[in-house]
Design a protein around this ligand. Structure first.
Ligand code: BGP
Length: 471
């Protein structure tokens, strides 16, 4: 809706940026860190592994000084589970504990609010070796112990906690569960079993956070892909609603309402994928509601119906990174109204406003954007600075969408861009850059790792200084 007036951002709005340990830290084999599923993942030869990343482990003071210069109010980062517990459970690694103590102290000293993700994709390989990881109930206790250790150790300074990053993506990407990528259709059943265990684990961790961290707030960091019916054929609308239930809402309904929604339950039962529910599981989820809902938003999806026919039966599913079509339900198609990034992610700030409004209406929890950003191939020019106008444009539009959602009553805590400095992409190595700060390295040539401010650095600095009035 176009309105006469647009409200300003509140004074305490958390302007921030995000990262994940395995994508930024490097030092993958240093100071007693154990291996995670990301470290053992087979990487295509044309892209880099995670061993050095942006070398933040050794340069965090320099990076935090840049955050301070930019004016960041918050920095969202993850703790590498295997720096704390190299095997996932058992012995604590004091050097890993010290690293995050120092990092958090440095942030606090510089007036930057730490927002900590407890677990961002890098599941301990040790737990996979011991019992298979999330697909085993023992994973619940190990996650809760690890989270409780973090609350006790850092909870005096960290008041914002995120349980699991993009649990919905972990569920659908076998390698993130420590499983092989073969036969993904069969892996879906294990994915939903893992999902159930993660939901129980995070519910218990929420309880612990409230018990152990004075004034602590905790929520999930989910990924939300807004979906549109491709045409006004009513079947496309139905497909879109079904896809929203089984791809987006299923997880939040479990985490926030403590229930398997009707569509998702039927979906699982039809495919013999319903996990066993143990006594107390649903009660734990119901009793421990998050304090806020954080979500990552990059793109929207256009949805068409995909009816069963002679060649397709229930259970037929195809994947790109995530499921892309399921017989009898939906298929994702190209949205001709939208431009896309080099990786085909359709750029759609309206989708962000819709996501915010849908989530607010359904869950009535304050929202926090934990990731939103523009990935691009970038080369530092011979003269002047890198003028990343596409990134500025993307972020301006998306921050404006947050403002517009707030204008109609949605409660927002803050906005964290992905990312502050360039770091390794989840799937595309170092060639897909997201930062306001360029890191001088290539895919395989580490060069000098120098940090250089892009044009967007100055734009974000101004945006924060003016509290978004320029948007
Ligand atoms: C999210 C992940 C991040 C990050 C981001 C960008 O799904 O939480 O870790 O990687 O996507 O994705 P990519 O790096 O694949 O461009």
């Amino acid at each position: 809706m176009q309105t006469k007036k647009l409200n300003e951002f509140p004074k305490d709005f958390l302007w921030g940026s995000s990262s994940a340990a395995f994508q930024i830290e490097g030092a993958a084999y240093e100071d007693g860190k154990g291996l995670s599923v990301m470290d053992v993942r087979k990487i295509k030869p044309e892209i880099c592994d995670y061993s050095v990343a942006s070398d933040h482990y050794h340069r965090y003071k320099e990076d935090i000084a840049l955050m301070k210069e930019c004016g960041l109010k918050a920095y969202r980062f993850s703790i590498a589970w295997t720096r704390i517990f190299p095997n996932g459970n058992g012995e604590v690694n004091p050097k890993g504990v010290a690293f995050y103590n120092d990092l958090i102290d440095e942030l606090v000293k510089n007036g930057i609010t730490p927002i900590v993700t407890i677990y961002h994709f890098e599941y301990p390989q040790g737990l996979i070796d011991q019992y298979g990881g999330w697909i085993d109930r023992r994973s619940i206790e190990d996650y809760v112990n690890y989270a409780s250790f973090l609350f006790k150790t850092y909870g005096d300074r960290v008041k914002y906690w995120l349980t699991i990053n993009e649990q919905d993506h972990v569920v659908h990407m076998p390698f993130r569960l420590g499983l092989t990528d073969e036969n993904r259709r069969e892996k879906e059943k294990l994915g939903f079993l893992a999902n159930h265990n993660m939901c129980v684990a995070t519910a218990l961790a929420i309880e612990k956070c409230h018990e152990l961290v004075e004034g602590g707030k905790i929520g999930p960091a989910t990924c939300f892909e807004t979906m549109y019916p491709t045409t006004n054929d009513p079947l496309d609308s139905l497909a879109c609603m079904d896809a929203m239930e089984i791809r987006n809402y299923y997880l939040l309904d479990l985490t926030i309402k403590g229930e398997y929604n009707g569509t998702f339950r039927r979906y699982l039962e039809d495919r013999d994928m319903m996990p066993e529910i143990h006594p107390g599981d649903m009660e734990a989820m119901k009793a421990n509601k998050p304090d806020f809902l954080a979500f990552n938003y990059y793109y929207s999806e256009s949805i068409s119906a995909f009816p069963l026919d002679d060649e397709h039966e229930i259970g037929d599913i195809e994947f790109k990174l995530l499921p892309s079509r399921e017989a009898g339900i939906y298929q994702v198609v190209r949205n001709e109204n939208l431009k896309a990034t080099l990786w085909g992610w359709e750029i759609d700030e309206v989708g962000l406003q819709l996501a915010a409004r849908l989530l607010w209406e359904r869950y009535r929890l304050p929202l926090l954007i934990t990731e939103c950003g523009f990935g691009n191939k970038e080369v530092w020019p011979e003269e002047g600075i890198l003028e990343d106008d596409d990134r500025i444009d993307y972020l301006t539009r998306h921050i404006r969408a947050v403002k517009e959602a707030m204008n109609v009553g949605v409660d927002f805590i803050g906005f964290c861009s992905w990312s502050f400095i360039d770091l390794i992409s989840g799937h595309s190595g170092f060639s897909k850059r997201y930062g306001f700060v360029f890191v001088n390295r290539d895919e395989h040539d580490l060069k000098d790792m120098a940090r250089r401010k892009k044009k967007s650095f100055y734009w974000y600095q101004k945006t924060i200084a003016e509290n978004g009035e320029n948007i």
